[in-house]
Design a protein around this ligand. Structure first.
Ligand code: NAD
Length: 562
């Protein structure tokens, strides 16, 4: 019986049968022959995920001074039920990743359908045809506990498997460029031995050409330019690999404006990535304790941060919101800690700040559940029977990427506490972390394992109608700074909700005048790092107490100019 791979829009694609493999290779050989006749280099990108799909298109778009394409790109993706659909869609010119950057679909469509410099395949034999192989498969860090990154390990399975397959197939003179974020030491101490061993088995004496250059891609409005028009760091295992990788990146990226940094060894390029992201994770985590301090001492941390930011030396101080999601920041430091022990063999415990920062970031969102509980308690409503609306499922503003978002933890904790949750996000159609929680992000890896009573969350659907989402809700959690949530009118919110509600601001979204108005309307307001709301509440109460008793509340609020 045929097996199918189903795309996010529900289209069914049968997985390839045995005879499809040889047919596919013949097709590729033909195409590659004609592309070589144009003098184009053949590049294979392994892994058509968030990074690989767009990087493949950026390479396929490369041209010489006369505007002629210089590369032909084959995107390679495993034919699994989960991912095979990406290949037929890609070959139609449709991006397998959704993005807020309008250049992503245009670029893929142009390279596939007009320039004809880009296609996708499911066969590993395609590796035999490549001059350059770009590795964009995942390398995860698996955590066994919530809030303890030290209890975990790097999951190198996909990467090691990919490297073995590459070693079995590639031509000895092909360059292997690892873009995956890896545990520092991986290129020289994991990848190089794997490829070398495979070469030896195949009777190839040549030293493999392997290099590392990490991606700094940012999902969002500038997805493509965050790959193409951005600074890169690279290094190779030997002189030839270093020369080849610098040459390749200069041909496909805008290195004239954004010059390359070439480092001596791949471990330096790998470490640069891990330190870069650990630095960011740390400055975000650092504000967690000050956020609690602010809540307990009448301080608005948002205003404090804005006051500090004007100093040029402190301009990158950032408010952390309800935890730090995305694919990279929660895991990259873990890869560094793991490498120290498991690749380099050290026993001592040198890492203090990096794991602490990750642990703080991984659990920050739980505090939002406490604020929600307290706000509802002040209104005499038990959390266990409350209807709660979360505004925003993704991990940052104006993108649809939900990986490790703080909102997931908020939903899970509040569900555990008995609340009924609903969610709105204009950028997210399916929140797979819930809808497919038994298999996503992988079987038994869902965060649901750290909470009780999570089964019903399979039925959680992301609403697209904001007005409807508010109906009969007891509390609203402003979780992400999507532009749709920045200017909500308190009067409209309360009207749509059918009465006063609890409003929880996780990201400095509410202006003081709106906080005041919510209080005037009988709502309760709390926020991460927003200790000054208590002061506003007292002012509103004080003003109300001075009004003659017979003035109705709503009229009084209007009179106060709210
Ligand atoms: N997503 C980001 O924002 C971002 C930013 C910077 C760096 N990175 C790094 O880039 C790397 C890739 O990340 P991603 O977000 O694209 O991951 P992803 O999970 O979206 O994509 C990985 C892809 O590789 C495929 N794959 C795995 N094994 C394969 C094999 N043997 N053959 C062919 N395909 C295979 C998977 O099916 C998947 O499609 C990671 O190391 C990540 O840390 C990601």
């Amino acid at each position: 019986m045929s097996q199918y791979s189903i795309s996010p829009t529900g289209e069914k694609f049968p997985l390839p049968e045995q005879e499809d493999y040889s047919r596919e290779f013949e097709r590729l050989e033909e195409v590659v022959k004609s592309q070589r006749a144009f003098g184009r280099e053949i590049v294979l990108v392994m892994g058509l995920g968030f990074v690989g799909a767009v990087m493949a298109a950026v390479i396929a778009d490369a041209k010489d001074e006369k505007g002629n394409p210089t590369k032909f790109v084959i995107g390679m993706q495993r034919p699994s039920t989960r991912s095979f659909w990406k290949i037929p869609l890609f070959n139609r010119g449709i991006s397998p990743v959704s993005s807020e950057d309008p250049e992503v679909p245009l670029l893929i469509d142009r390279c596939v359908n007009e320039k004809k410099t880009l296609m996708a395949t499911f066969i590993y034999d395609a590796l035999k045809l490549a001059d350059v192989v770009v590795v964009d498969v995942q390398c995860d860090y698996l955590k066994e506990a919530l809030g303890n990154v030290l209890d975990g390990r790097a999951d190198m399975e996909a990467l090691e498997e990919s490297l073995e397959i590459i070693g079995q197939h590639i031509r000895p003179e092909a360059l292997i460029l690892i873009e995956t974020t890896v545990a520092p030491g991986t290129t020289e101490q994991v990848a190089y031995p794997i490829i070398k061993k495979m070469f030896r088995k195949r009777g190839i004496g040549k030293d493999p050409l392997i290099a590392h250059s990490f991606e700094r891609v940012m999902p969002g409005k500038n997805y493509v330019s965050s790959i193409r028009d951005f600074w890169r760091v690279c290094s190779g295992v030997n002189e030839e690999a270093t020369r080849r990788v610098a040459e390749f990146l200069s041909e496909v990226l805008n290195t004239e404006k954004f010059p390359l940094t070439v480092l001596d060894r791949p471990i330096e390029s790998e470490t640069a990535k891990i330190v870069e992201n650990s630095f960011r994770a740390t400055i975000l985590a650092f504000l967690d304790e000050w956020s609690v301090f602010a809540e307990q001492n009448g301080v608005d941390l948002i205003k404090v941060i804005n006051a500090i930011k004007v100093r040029p030396t402190h301009s990158n101080i950032i408010f952390p919101g309800p935890g730090i999601g995305g694919y990279c920041l929660p895991k990259d430091g873990g890869l560094g800690l793991w490498a120290y022990r498991h690749i380099h063999g050290f026993e001592d415990d040198i890492f203090k700040i990096t794991p602490l920062a990750i642990n703080i970031n991984d659990t920050r969102a739980l505090h939002v559940a406490q604020l929600t509980r307290d706000a509802l308690r002040n209104m005499g409503r038990p959390i266990a029977s409350a209807e709660i609306l979360v505004l925003g499922a993704s991990y940052r503003e104006d993108v649809g990427d939900t990986r490790y978002s703080g909102s997931e933890l908020i939903v899970r904790r509040l569900t555990e506490m008995g609340a009924e949750l609903r969610v709105h996000d204009p950028y997210v159609l399916h929140w797979w972390e819930f809808e497919k929680q038994d298999e996503y992000p992988a079987s038994s890896r869902s965060l649901k394992r750290f909470f009780r009573g999570q089964e019903k969350l399979k039925d959680l659907r992301v609403g697209q109608d904001l007005k409807k989402a508010f109906q009969d809700t007891d509390a609203v959690i402003l979780s992400v700074r999507h532009k749709h949530y920045m200017n909500l009118d308190p009067d409209e919110v309360v009207k749509n909700a059918g009465g006063p509600i609890a409003v929880i601001d996780c990201f400095g979204i509410l202006e003081d005048e709106n906080i005041r108005r919510y209080f005037e309307l009988g709502c309760e307001v709390k926020g991460l790092g927003r200790g000054h709301v208590k002061r506003i509440k007292d002012q509103v109460r004080e003003a109300k107490s001075q009004l003659p008793l017979n003035i109705p509340l709503q009229f009084a609020a209007d009179k106060m100019g709210g």
